[in-house]
Design a protein around this ligand. Sequence first.
Ligand SMILES: [Zn+2]
Ligand SMILES: [Zn+2]
Length: 198
Amino acid sequence: MSFFNKLKQGMSDAGAKAKTMMEVNKLRQQVSSKQQDINTLYQKMGQHLYKQYEEQQLAIDEEILASCADILRIDQEIAELEVEIRALNGEKKCICGQVVPIETRFCPACGHQFPELPKPIEPSVDAEVVEQEPIPEEEGEIKEGVEIKEAEEMITEDMKAEEMPEVEIIEPQPIVCPACNQPIKAGAKFCGHCGHAL
Ligand SMILES: [Zn+2]
Ligand SMILES: [Zn+2]
């Protein structure tokens, strides 16, 4: 790519980012205005209840119930706006409350499995097919046999690595998952890629 094309590409990326930021800011303003609406309702309910108290008629009446219903509705609207904001930021929220990158398959905090992204290619399928092939015990096939042996040794080493954390020493977590070798986020309890408990 030429210098000018790179420059052009960089500028359009920056333009798209600025547009996303503007949309996010717009949604954030809507959220804070709705939060203000909720605070106003709380205040209204408080005043109403205190007036009843003064008149010695303290009760949950229709006005209180209507305010509660309004708060519930506005809360749901805020939650919807927050989903939009997270999607624009390339994030999503787990059922446990953890916010994770949108492509995460397993929550690093609770291990929850997110619905599959539309990606039908599973690398493990190929590996299984290779394993199921009968191993010919002919002289000409020694090389392949050696390769399989090496792979088995590697699996054993991986399993050893997996057993390590049972020793009660507070050490920094492995940088990659012992099960799938994908990078792991600091403090994660579960692998974000395969859900392996860490
Ligand atoms: Zn979670
Ligand atoms: Zn993993």
